[in-house]
Design a protein around this ligand. Structure first.
Ligand SMILES: NC(=O)c1ccc[n+]([C@@H]2O[C@H](COP(=O)([O-])OP(=O)(O)OC[C@H]3O[C@@H](n4cnc5c(N)ncnc54)[C@H](OP(=O)(O)O)[C@@H]3O)[C@@H](O)[C@H]2O)c1
Length: 316
């Protein structure tokens, strides 16, 4: 089974290493080996620890053409979107960790996947290691989900935590998070709630099977918060979290991302640093809580590899 990896950064290099380390395990599981046939990067001369340099290529298009499973971990919209579409049209199964792409183009890409009878999986796109999409899609397929609510962006949570727990002024906490590499070079995606909004859209579609886009998310980031807001919350024994939520509303769904003042007993209040949490309410199951690493190379690779195994099982 030929696997092509598009991207070999934080996530891609962890996936490549695990495909090699766990080769026998996957061969036993699937009844045939998973062979990494190439790794597309921008700079094929840069060394990649644990990855055979002979596998590196800058020609992603030809790599896609010779794989049964294409794994996109490059990020960004283009060329990721075109390469995924090329893979689906060519009959390959596709796995991606790209939340913005899935939030913006997921419906169109699913239509192409359906037309060509192949799968498109993206567990890693939401909450990295935490298998929330599998729970919503498979485990709760026979139930009725009534609400999904979570802290799904570790970078903003790190900032909010630093203010609440260490008393660091808000602006200083943002600066420190940037310095430690927790925020992107352009921190807008995290601080303005764009990253959380993309995840909320994917959660809403998966939980409620509705069409919903990023434009429909009622979104407020954390940049408007002041030290007074944190002081007022602390006086009441509460904390401020950036909460993403989705629940049915009329024929559709209401999706929001905004800072909320949460009482200490709220399960979302205790989550620290880069940890993510989601609380799912379903009619029969009641309340379910899923919590774990919302980022990190190996952690995110766990979800990508799970999708690769799932995709490989579909390859005839
Ligand atoms: N990092 C996390 O914790 C995490 C968690 C959940 C989801 N994700 C998602 O996973 C994806 C990858 O994230 P990452 O952190 O691994 O990114 P990254 O470290 O920046 O790695 C990106 C990789 O893609 C390659 N690449 C980028 N543009 C390319 C192009 N046009 N053609 C060929 N190769 C290209 C880069 O090549 P060069 O190395 O040559 O520059 C690099 O190897 C993103 O969609 C991200 O949102 C990441």
């Amino acid at each position: 089974m030929r696997v092509a990896l598009l991207g070999c950064g934080t996530v891609g290099s962890a996936v490549a290493r695990r495909l090699q380390d766990r080769g026998e395990r996957y061969a036993d599981l699937l009844g045939r080996p998973l062979e990494l046939v190439g790794v597309a990067v921008r700079d094929s001369s840069a060394p990649r620890e644990g990855v055979d340099p002979a596998l590196l290529t800058t020609d992603a298009e030809s790599l896609v053409g010779r794989a049964d499973v294409v794994v996109e971990v490059m990020g960004g919209i283009e060329p990721a979107r075109s390469l995924i579409e090329q893979a689906l049209r060519g009959g390959a199964q596709v796995v991606t960790a790209n939340k913005q792409l899935v939030a913006q183009q997921g419906e169109e890409l699913h239509a192409v996947a359906d037309q060509h009878e192949v799968g498109l999986d993206y567990e890693a796109a939401v909450m990295a290691a935490v298998p929330v999409l599998a729970v919503l899609r498979d485990s709760l397929a026979g139930d009725e989900v009534t609400s999904v609510r979570g802290v799904v962006n570790g970078s903003t949570n790190y900032v909010l935590d630093l203010v609440a727990r260490e008393g660091v002024p808000f602006a200083e906490a943002v600066r420190q998070a940037g310095e430690l590499g927790y925020l992107e070079a352009d921190p807008t995606e995290d601080l303005e709630g764009l990253d959380a909004a993309a995840k909320a859209v994917i959660l809403a579609r998966t939980a409620f099977g509705v069409r919903v886009g990023l434009g429909e998310v009622d979104r407020i980031g954390i940049t408007g918060l002041t030290d007074d807001d944190f002081a007022h919350a602390a006086q009441r024994g509460s904390v401020i979290k950036l909460v993403a939520s989705a629940r049915p509303a009329g024929d559709g769904v209401s999706v929001s991302v905004r800072p909320e003042v949460l009482p200490a007993h709220d399960p979302l209040a205790a989550v620290q640093g880069g940890t993510n949490i989601v609380v799912i309410e379903a009619v029969s199951a009641g309340e379910l809580r899923l919590q774990g690493a919302g980022a990190g190379g190996d952690e995110t690779a766990s979800a990508v590899l799970g999708d690769i195994v799932r995709a490989a099982r579909r390859v005839r």
